[in-house]
Design a protein around this ligand. Structure first.
Ligand SMILES: [Mg+2]
Length: 164
């Protein structure tokens, strides 16, 4: 499998099939922040995503947020969701994913990376040896360099439609 290919491509984290993940033995999720759980230009995680995180935790999943962001908004969002945070993650460098596993006693084989960007979340997960679910970004707006990279994303996964 290509390092620039997610294991699944979904419309949103809400479309993740927890039963399927549990059946495959997954028990942890390393989740991206911006445009995965928190739309750009907002400071509050949408209630349906807060509810999804709560339900997922209740099913026994351990979360850690791994974000390249380091501003106050990532600390606020992690606090809102009550999950640990590794900021300045420097994805696609996989060090933050490995650090999250070490810090929280997670196994790489049973941990799923989830994020909205091919060249940070997906590539980082692949380089680190993780399975990865890519989701569509919550908002069209993003940082200029991210919007630039999205043009290249289309080159690699342009024809790929979300599974659900
Ligand atoms: Mg993101």
């Amino acid at each position: 499998m290509s390092v620039l290919q997610p294991d699944q491509f979904l419309t949103s984290v809400l479309a993740i099939d927890l039963d399927e993940l549990m059946a495959k033995g997954y028990d942890a999720i390393l989740i991206d922040l911006d445009n995965t759980v928190l739309p750009r230009l907002t400071d509050v995680v949408p209630p349906e995503i807060v509810a999804w995180v709560e339900q997922t935790k209740a099913r026994g999943f351990t979360f850690c947020m791994t974000s390249n962001n380091w501003h106050e908004r990532c600390h606020r969002a992690a606090a809102q969701l009550d999950i640990p945070l590794i900021c300045k993650a420097m994805k696609p460098c996989p060090i933050a994913f490995w650090l999250a596993c070490r810090r929280h006693g997670l196994k790489r084989k049973t941990t799923m990376v989830v994020g909205d960007q091919l060249f940070t979340d997906v590539l980082g997960a692949r380089l680190g040896g993780f399975k990865v679910i890519m989701v569509k970004p919550l908002a069209e707006y993003d940082l200029p360099h991210t919007l630039f990279l999205r043009k290249f994303e289309r080159f690699f996964i342009g024809g790929l439609e979300p599974l659900r």
